[in-house]
Structures are given as structure tokens and as C-alpha cells.
Design a protein around this ligand. Structure first.
Ligand code: DON
Length: 573
């Protein structure tokens, strides 16, 4: 980060909050114009890890002020909506998984929904052409946003006044912050698309090139945040914000209506849980495929003594590849929003079923995926989703993954409201067999129906040991999310790795179709060569995910590690 002309201190942290519930520690100031990235921390009282230093630091301040992990997670998420516009959001959706201090396990589903005027074939032309251009960009690609509802649903587990949690985000939007080198680069690369997909030019459009350290001020976004501060859910789904969204839709031929916004609700759901070698794994249920895929993959390796094969050995990589492939084969066929489609979760996780799936597993060669579809291009590395973890001393642990889908979502900013809308409609199966932007295919289970939520891969996960938080983990990365979480957990539980190693070691990914094993830069070449000889088609990928991880060490301290693949930052005290 270079030197900045102006130094602005976020006075809000020193402000008027007085909860009276817990001894507050005097706040440190947060400098929005000069900040350093910290990749690791070991802390006694609490820890936060997220995609941006200012967001992690905001969460830390909230913990210090007497907030619990839920307060801090809410403040961190709201701050990401300002400082990390490519994925942090008000116009997207996400999943919240928590273990509360009383031992309760909770998940909140605030995934976007198909608008009331959506239809199964809305992205298919009369001649049968699938219009991924329309499902991936612009007004028609947006589902009804869920993030604000999700935040307010999580707030019932928080302690501090909501105004206190949202004020740092308001200040950062109103008074600005210094953008990072990565953000400047991303915004510069986005200029043409922004001009194409916006009816009112947003603040992100700039005549001269964005430079690292430039101040980004988002006045419209600050005003939207203030309406949420003052009116809660109604500050977004009704009144002025709703009007701005619907007006934007009218200008850009989108279909989200007042009724869609008014009728949106987040849902509190039972998390998807299972036991792996005595650890309780707590993850996201439908409409995320993440928890179920993780369950299938871990159970398919449980009795195979993978630890003895060694990390990145041909044997362990091949075994994990084959289980990834088998789990993903079920994804396209059976998984979708369980409120609309009966997902056979129990059957898909039965021991006998998983054993049967592994019957044709051959440790000496690749099992070919059933069908190879042409044109399933591998996606370059992307950073469109974002994950955060928080833990506190009271025993609360929170994992949140939130997304706009593609980088900067639909690329459409709601005129006058200052936030990007998602392009999550592309996560539906827009036509049977047509891959979405992550190469995932689907059919009936994930077909578009008004009010239905599109299938996700996001896998916010908490691992409990003796019923207490042990690991909190998650990542962006589209369909690579469940396989990254899988590998990270195996790295720690089976290969005995340190937290940093578990996050930083190169990953690999197979999703059944395309029948390609993606390996991350740094994956051992000799292992790749042997796998090729065994029949695997390999493709190199520059980076897989941005994994954030907090681990509780045997002495009870919290070790938080932020992925080096991005600007991610770990804070604690
Ligand atoms: O919900 C999903 O599975 C996707 N919309 C997530 C997108 C994502 O992770 C993009 N980040 N790289």
C-alpha cells in the first residue's frame, strides 16, 4: 500500500455505544487510508478473518467493544459490502453457519430467489439457444437479494445495538477508504462492462485509471446503509431502496418487482451435520450442495487410511479425486432447493450407498466420468464470493460465505442506491445439460421456478471436537468450494498439518464433468505426471479459492489464518 495524502480516523468506534452488558475495552482507531495486511494471528479473546483488512479490523473492534462473534460477523459482513465491492454485498446472498455459546447449531439461508416473473426457459431462445450472456450479466441475471434479510435474521443472536454494527460501514462508504492494488486492477478491468450494464454511471466508473491508494467514496451506498440502520429489513425491501431497485429494473428490462422484495425472507434451517472420526462437522444444508458434498466425500475416504498414503502422494490425490468426482455426479442430478424439490439427502449419505459408489473405484487408474460434454471450459481464477469466520471467548463461532456470484455480480449497480446486484440466476440450471459459469450442469432439481433458490456450492463449515468449536472454515471458488473445504479438513485431520499449511498448500479439483482434474499452481509435477499416465486429464489453474480458517489450539487460543491467495486478513486480541 503506498503513502496516502489524507489520513482519516474512523471516529465512530470511539462513539456513543454503551451496551452496559459487558466490560468494553477502549477502542483503537481504524485508519481507512493506511492499513497493513496481517495473514496470521494467535489470540485469546477472539479472532476474525475475512477478505479485507478493514473488514477484519472492524469485526475485531466490535469484539473489543463487548460484542460477541455474531455482532462481529455482522459488522464484518456489512463492512465488506463497502470495502470489497466485488463480492461483499447488499445485493447478493449468502449462508450463515454458527455454533452458539449455548451449544445450539444454527444456519441461516439468505440465498437469492428467482423473481416471481422468472420462468424455467427464461434464458432459452425460441431456437433453443441457451443465453448465458443474459444469465451472467445485467439486470435479468439477478435473483432477489437476500443479504440484508440474512444479516437481520442473524442479529437476533447478537448483543450490541444494530446502529453500532453498521456505523463503521456507513463511515467507510461516506468518507471513503484507500483501495488496494488488487481492487484498482479489478476496477480498471471492469470499466467497459460497467458502462455496458449500467443505466446510471456508478462511482466505480472513472475516466483516469484507478490507482492503488485512491479514495473510493460511495455516497449512495452510505444512504442505503443509513436506511437499513434506521428501518432494518424495511430499509432495503420496502420504501426508497425498493423503489430504486424497481426503477433500475424498469430502466434495464429486469424483472425484480416490489412484491418480490416485499415477500423475500431468509430462512433459519437445521445445519447439515455428520460425524467424521469423532469430529462433528456442521455445514450448510440445501440450497447449498456444500454440506452434502462434503459429507459424501469425507465418508467415502473415512475407512481408507488416507493418512498412511501421505499428503500429495499419488495415492491420496487419486483417492480424493475419485471421491470428488463421485459426489459431484450426484450434484447435478439430485440437488436443488429442498423447498421445491425433494432432495434425497438421507439416501445420498447412507453408508451402503456410498460404499456402492466406490465399488468401481480402481486405485491404479482413472474411472472415466460417464459423459464428456464438449465446450466445458475451465474457468480462470476468480474472487467473486467471500468468506469470513469469527470466534469469541463465550463459545460462539460463526462461518459466513456470501456472494454476488460472478465478480461484481451482474455488473449492474442500482442507480441511486450504490450497490451491485448479483448474477445468481446463472446458478440455476438454465437449460438441462448446459453448464453454468463454473461448468456445473443440472436438470429438474435445479430448474428455475418463481420463488425458488438456486443451488449453491458455498460451504461455510464448523468442526466441533468434544462439542466445542475446533475449526471454522470456508472459501469462495464456485464449484471448487466443497472440494477446497474437503481438502483443508483432510489436511488437518488426516495429514496433521499446521493451519497455515492446510490453507496454503496447492489444491486440486474434480467435479465429474468436465472429466478434468484441475491442479493449482505449485502442485507437484511428478504426481501430475503419474496421474496423467493413470488416465487423468489435467488442467492447470492459477489459484483455487481464498480459504479462511480459525482453529482452536489445544491451549484454547484461537489461531486465525487468512489465505495468501488474496488480500485476506486475520485479526485477533
Ligand atoms: O453459490 C455458489 O456456489 C456460487 N454462486 C459461488 C460463486 C463463487 O464462489 C465465486 N467465487 N469465486
Amino acid at each position: 500500500m503506498r503513502k496516502f495524502l489524507k489520513v482519516f480516523i474512523l471516529l465512530s468506534f470511539l462513539g456513543s455505544c454503551n451496551t452496559g452488558k459487558q466490560t468494553a475495552v477502549p477502542s483503537q482507531t481504524l485508519n481507512a487510508f493506511q492499513y497493513n495486511i496481517q495473514k496470521k494471528v494467535i489470540a485469546e479473546n477472539g479472532a476474525v478473518v475475512s477478505a479485507h483488512t478493514l473488514a477484519s479490523k472492524t469485526g475485531l473492534e466490535i469484539l473489543k467493544q463487548g460484542g460477541n462473534a455474531i455482532d462481529a460477523a455482522i459488522a464484518t459482513q456489512l463492512t465488506l459490502a463497502v470495502v470489497y465491492p466485488q463480492a461483499g454485498n447488499l445485493g447478493g446472498g449468502g449462508f450463515f453457519v454458527a455454533r452458539l455459546s449455548n451449544g445450539a447449531l444454527v444456519s441461516i439461508d439468505y440465498r437469492e430467489k428467482a423473481p416471481g416473473n422468472a420462468g424455467r426457459d427464461m434464458y432459452v431462445d425460441a431456437d433453443g439457444t441457451a443465453r448465458t450472456d443474459k444469465s451472467q450479466n445485467g439486470h435479468l441475471s439477478s435473483g432477489v437479494p437476500g443479504s440484508v434479510w440474512g444479516i437481520m435474521a442473524a442479529y437476533k443472536y447478537a448483543k450490541l445495538p444494530f446502529e453500532k454494527l453498521i456505523q463503521p460501514a456507513i463511515d467507510l462508504a461516506e468518507k471513503g477508504f484507500a483501495i488496494s492494488e488488487r481492487e484498482a486492477k479489478a476496477l480498471n478491468g471492469l470499466q467497459d462492462e460497467l458502462k455496458k450494464f449500467n443505466t446510471v454511471m456508478p462511482v466505480f466508473v472513472k475516466a483516469a485509471k484507478w490507482q492503488p491508494g485512491d479514495t473510493l467514496i460511495q455516497t449512495d451506498l452510505a444512504n442505503t446503509l443509513k436506511r437499513i440502520r434506521d428501518k432494518g429489513v424495511a430499509g432495503f425491501y420496502k420504501g426508497e431502496t425498493a423503489r430504486l431497485i424497481v426503477e433500475e429494473m424498469k430502466r434495464g428490462s429486469g424483472i425484480i418487482s416490489y412484491d418480490d422484495l416485499k415477500n423475500y425472507t431468509a430462512k433459519t434451517r437445521q445445519p447439515h451435520t455428520f460425524i467424521y472420526k469423532g469430529y462433528k462437522i456442521v455445514s450448510m444444508p440445501m440450497p447449498s450442495s456444500g454440506g452434502l458434498l462434503l459429507h459424501q466425500m469425507m465418508k467415502m475416504i473415512e475407512d481408507r487410511n488416507i493418512a498412511s498414503m501421505g499428503f500429495h502422494s499419488v495415492q491420496s490425490v487419486q483417492l480424493m479425486t475419485e471421491v470428488e468426482k463421485r459426489a459431484f455426479a450426484d450434484r447435478g442430478e439430485y440437488m436443488g432447493d429442498a423447498d421445491f424439490y425433494k432432495v434425497p439427502v438421507d439416501r445420498l449419505t447412507q453408508e451402503a450407498y456410498l460404499r456402492e459408489k466406490m465399488k468401481n473405484y480402481d486405485p491404479l487408474k482413472a474411472t472415466p466420468s460417464h459423459t464428456i460434454k464438449p465446450g466445458l471450459l475451465l474457468q480462470p481464477e476468480s474472487t467473486e464470493t467471500t468468506h469470513l469466520n469469527v470466534i469469541d471467548k463465550e463459545g460462539n463461532a460463526v462461518a459466513i460465505t456470501t456472494t454476488l456470484n460472478n465478480s461484481y455480480g451482474s455488473k449492474t449497480v442500482v442507480g441511486g442506491a450504490g450497490f451491485f446486484l448479483n448474477d445468481e440466476m446463472d446458478d440455476f440450471s438454465i437449460k438441462p445439460g448446459v453448464p453454468n459459469m463454473y461448468g456445473a450442469i443440472g436438470g429438474d432439481a435445479n430448474a428455475i421456478v418463481p420463488g425458488k433458490r438456486m443451488l449453491s456450492s458455498m460451504t461455510p463449515t464448523i468442526v466441533l471436537k468434544d462439542n466445542k468449536p475446533f475449526i471454522i472454515v470456508g472459501t469462495p471458488g464456485g464449484t471448487t468450494i466443497p472440494t477446497s473445504v474437503f481438502q483443508t479438513l483432510v489436511n488437518i485431520i488426516e495429514f496433521g498439518m499446521s493451519t497455515e499449511e492446510a490453507v496454503y498448500q496447492p489444491k486440486f479439483h474434480h467435479q465429474w464433468l468436465p472429466d478434468t482434474l484441475e491442479i493449482e499452481k505449485g502442485f507437484p509435477q511428478s504426481v501430475g505426471d503419474t496421474l496423467r499416465k493413470m488416465g487423468y486429464i489435467l488442467a492447470l489453474r492459477s489459484g483455487i479459492g481464498r480459504t479462511e480458517l480459525i482453529r482452536v489450539l489445544p491451549n484454547g487460543t484461537f489461531e486465525a489464518v487468512a489465505d495468501k491467495r488474496g488480500d485476506d486478513d486475520a485479526e485477533g486480541w
